[in-house]
Structures are given as C-alpha cells and as structure tokens.
Design a protein around this ligand. Structure first.
Ligand code: TYD
Length: 228
C-alpha cells in the first residue's frame, strides 16, 4: 500500500453465541493470529472489561438481579456496556488497536430481548445509549446445539477437576437454551452484512480457521498486511 494512503481504521469484532460454544478460545486464537499478521489488537469481554462493568458482572452472575426481572437486567448490562465502550473500546479503536470482545450488545438482544421477553423498544433505546455509535464491524456467532455444548462444558469441568457451578443463565433448562440459539440465528439473519454464523461443533482448530477466513473476507487489509 503506498505510504500516502491513510491507514484503515481499527476494527471492532465481537463473538457471540450460547453457553459453552468456545467463544473465549476463539477470541484468544484470533488475537494471536492478528498479531502474526502485524495487527495490534486487544481482547475484552462482557459483561465486564472495566472495573465498574466487572462489578456489575459479579452482581448479575451471582443471581442478585434475577428477582428484578429481565428488563432491569437489560438496564444493568447496558450500564456496564456504556462504561466498557467509553473507557476501553472507543479509546483503543482511536489508538488504532483492533478490539475483540467476548460477547457484546447482541447478547442483550438474545438473552434479555428475544429469550427474556424485554420489549424491542427498550432494547433498541438501551443499545443506542450504550454504544454511542460503536456498532461492531463484524460479529462472529458460534453456533451449536445446546445439548452438545452442555456435554462440552461438563467434560471440561471433569478435565479441570473443578465442579462446575452454574451461574445465573447456565442453570436454565435445555428448552430455554434452544430458544437462545434460535435468537442468535435470528439476529444473524437480520444483520447479514455484519454477522457470520460459524458452526462450533468442529474442533477448535477448524473453527479458528473459519473465523480467520471470515475476518480476511470482511477486511481485505488483513490479507494486504500479510502479503507486505
Ligand atoms: P460468562 O461466564 O462470561 O458466560 P459465557 O462464557 O457463556 O460468555 O457469563 C456471561 C453471562 O451473561 C452469559 O450467561 C450471558 C449473559 N449475558 C446476558 O444475559 N446479557 C448480556 O448482555 C451479556 C453481555 C451477557
């Protein structure tokens, strides 16, 4: 690329999907691969990413907001997200660092909106307030049947020797997780330019390769960076 051309702006990529689909593994793999291509990126997660958002995360995942209902939880997730966007995501993008987030606003749409029954009007308003225009450039939705994802979570807990303690959402039944899966697929269908659905049933290596192909297809500058 000639020196006179402005550098492409940094990209914001989010990973979404149900429980146990392997998002964090894939976020780490993409971070490493972008690094090899000479692209500086940071990894973060939701709920969380900043001290204030992490405080809200503990409160929700311990189940302390459950009795308040899905609407109040949507507001809490949005409050955490606004801090995350303004304190971590936007500043990094401005510095030229790509940002990879393990979950973001589509989780509120899927968990609290489509599955939890919170009105679309409230979800839309919260999203507008929290994002301040920072819609992801690409969203990777990792998809697999919930019964297989559950088996994977149980297997991992067995291998780690740590009994798995179900958090606020993990303890919901299979039917609920099936509706959650459908909610993410619905979001992908309605946002085809931004979302890519990748099967998470394959081994981690193959999923990572599919993620990489999607990133290269969406952002030609990645391929250019690698070819010099
Ligand atoms: P976490 O342990 O990070 O789960 P996972 O590994 O599946 O990402 O817990 C986050 C939980 O919070 C997860 O069950 C999804 C849920 N969640 C929402 O319900 N709404 C949201 O907006 C976000 C970001 C997460």
């Amino acid at each position: 690329m000639p020196d006179s051309q402005p550098r492409s702006p940094a990209k914001f990529i989010t990973f979404e999907g149900g429980e146990g689909v392997g998002k964090s593994t894939q976020v780490k793999r993409l971070l490493t691969r972008l690094g090899h291509a000479g692209i500086k990126a940071v990894r973060t997660r939701e709920p969380g990413g900043t001290p204030k958002a992490e405080a809200i995360r503990s409160f929700i995942l311990q189940g302390r907001s459950e009795e308040w209902g899905a609407g109040a939880e949507a507001v809490l997730f949005a409050a955490a997200r606004h801090d995350h966007v303004t304190q971590l995501i936007a500043p990094n993008l401005e510095r030229g660092n790509w940002v990879l987030s393990d979950r973001f606003s589509d989780s509120t749409r899927a968990y609290q909106g489509l599955t939890g029954g919170v009105q679309p009007l409230l979800i839309d308003a919260l999203e507008e307030l929290a994002l301040e225009g920072h819609t992801p450039d690409l969203t990777i939705i990792l998809d697999m049947p919930p019964d297989k994802a559950f088996e994977r979570v149980a297997q991992r807990a067995l291998e780690d020797g740590i009994p798995s303690v179900a958090d606020r959402f993990e303890k919901e039944d299979l039917n609920w997780h099936g509706r959650l899966r459908a909610a993410f697929l619905d979001i992908a269908e309605k946002n085809r330019d931004r979302c890519v659905v990748i099967s998470a049933e394959q081994d981690a290596e193959s999923v990572a390769e599919n993620v990489w192909q999607s990133v290269c297809a969406h952002f030609p500058e990645v391929t250019r960076a690698m070819t010099g």
